[in-house]
Design a protein around this ligand. Structure first.
Ligand SMILES: Cc1cc2nc3c(=O)[nH]c(=O)nc-3n(C[C@H](O)[C@H](O)[C@H](O)COP(=O)(O)OP(=O)(O)OC[C@H]3O[C@@H](n4cnc5c(N)ncnc54)[C@H](O)[C@@H]3O)c2cc1C
Length: 444
């Protein structure tokens, strides 16, 4: 069978990236910026589709996207996140923190619809590396090492005239294929699916007048259920409407919503009516942001299990490594999953540019990134910075008049500071500039 992947010309090693999500597309762009010419992204979906909900990208990721020349395009469809507020279930304000430029970073934090981010990344891949570098409808179904250290990939073409199986033997393989990564499964056979912690996540996007959602990010709740809500676009139209991202979490009631098999696999993702969970949030209102009003304005809602991945002792096996969720999927806390995927991508390209031997490069990339990502995975299992809503609930279940009698200001600052230091996204570190710029040889 002829494969669209077989017609690759150019200099340097051939790098194949499994997965065209945030991690995979940013890896392709980072490799191109570092001077690599032969890069192919293999995406299982039939097309890069504008799907999903919202994301917050922290300034350390925005810095790397700026270095790739993408900040203007990204910012045109995003909203700077200026403030994060934590609230007690009863409505009391626990703390408010400036974010992005207001917190002293040289780069903004951005609230953005995933569809816009994917569109900017995929458009840049096609424009810079050529349309043939992004192949959709092809799934990586297996990987095995060759005697010379290169990986052999098994591919399934799922659509078009080339439907069938093929194989490919690139110089380097990057597994960017998400939390249920086939590349990771090949490197770590027997690991099984991502473990589920028994919580459900509901997620969606609403369109509402800007005045109804404020200009800040809300993280609210108690030790049982929480809500995250923020605007992610500038007001448009006569009603000054904005897109609003929301994500909710709550323990699953026994037998409420998933079959036994689904529960143990933890792999469902389905559309559900908002009415399924709306009653749990009646009366939730935070400085004028009504959670029920946000939910009633939703286009649709999706239900997922809250899953992460056990930290791995190794990401790299010879000339194959992992980036993004395939390497270090973590609970959606602290806006870090996609953020850190972008930093991974830049770190990997930098290592490949600096080391002549690809296996050494991948090992150097892993030494740079794995310890901090392991610490973040563990921190998110302890609720990361969001632990403040649990502390407030435990210490003052019925609310408070002065939060500092419940959680002293120093304790609040220490929790936020510790988390930022874990992920190396404190302002002092980020403002030093990207450590991943590759000096290209002068021309002429
Ligand atoms: C509720 C929620 C809120 C979140 N909020 C934030 C946030 O505010 N900020 C943030 O930074 N992160 C956030 N995240 C995390 C973020 O969504 C992920 O960390 C990020 O999408 C990971 O990107 P990725 O490219 O590694 O994986 P994915 O986005 O999962 O992309 C993987 C790609 O690989 C493809 N693929 C899969 N298997 C194969 C295969 N075998 N062969 C070929 N292709 C394959 C898939 O189709 C997909 O396109 C949130 C997550 C959730 C669940």
């Amino acid at each position: 069978m002829s494969s669209p992947l077989s017609s690759l010309y150019g200099n340097g090693p051939h790098v194949v990236i499994a997965g065209g999500g945030v991690a995979g597309l940013t890896t392709a762009l980072s490799l191109h910026a570092a001077g690599f010419e032969r890069v192919t992204v293999v995406e299982a979906a039939p097309a890069i589709r504008p799907v999903g909900a919202g994301l917050n990208l922290m300034p350390n990721a925005v810095r790397e996207l700026d270095a790739l020349g993408l900040l203007d395009a990204l910012a045109a469809g995003a909203l700077p996140t200026r403030e994060l507020r934590y609230y007690h279930r009863s409505g009391g304000l626990i703390s408010r923190e400036p974010r992005g430029l207001g917190a002293g970073y040289r780069w903004p934090q951005l609230s953005v619809h995933r569809a816009h981010l994917q569109q900017v990344l995929a458009g840049a891949v096609r424009a810079r590396l050529g349309a043939a570098s992004l192949v959709t409808g092809v799934r990586v179904s297996g990987v095995e090492p060759l005697p010379d250290g290169r990986p052999r990939l098994r591919l399934e073409h799922r659509s078009g005239a080339a439907r069938g199986r093929a194989s490919l033997e690139p110089d380097v393989l990057v597994g960017a294929d998400g939390i249920r990564s086939a590349v990771r499964a090949a490197l770590h056979p027997g690991e099984g699916g991502p473990p589920w912690n028994g919580m459900l996540v509901w997620r969606g996007v609403s369109r509402m007048p800007a005045r109804a959602v404020g200009s800040f990010m809300v993280v609210a709740g108690d030790n049982r259920q929480k809500a995250v809500v923020y605007p992610m676009s500038r007001p448009t139209g006569p009603d000054r409407e904005v897109l609003v991202n929301w994500a909710l979490a709550r323990p699953a009631d026994p037998g409420c919503c998933a079959s036994g098999a689904e529960r143990s696999r933890g792999d469902w993702d389905r559309s559900v009516p908002v009415e399924t969970f709306l009653p749990f949030y009646e009366g939730w209102e935070f400085d004028g942001v009504s959670i029920p009003a946000v939910l009633r304005a939703a286009d649709s809602a999706h239900e997922y299990p809250m899953v992460d991945r056990e930290p791995l002792a190794r990401w790299t096996h010879g000339r194959t490594t992992l980036v993004g969720d395939a390497a270090h999927a973590m609970y959606p806390i602290g806006s870090n999953g996609a953020t850190q995927s972008i930093v991974d991508a830049r770190a990997l390209a930098h290592a490949l540019a600096l080391h002549g031997d690809p296996a050494e490069a991948l090992a150097a990339y892993e030494r740079d990134r794995r310890p901090a990502m392991t610490a973040l995975q563990h921190a998110n299992r302890r609720l990361g910075p969001e632990v403040v809503i649990n502390l407030a609930h435990e210490r003052a279940p019925h609310g408070f008049t002065d939060i500092h009698e419940v959680i002293p200001a120093e304790e609040l600052a220490a929790i936020a500071g510790r988390y930022a230091a874990t992920g190396a996204f404190d302002p002092a570190t980020v403002n030093q500039g990207s450590p991943y710029e590759v000096p290209l040889p002068a021309v002429g």
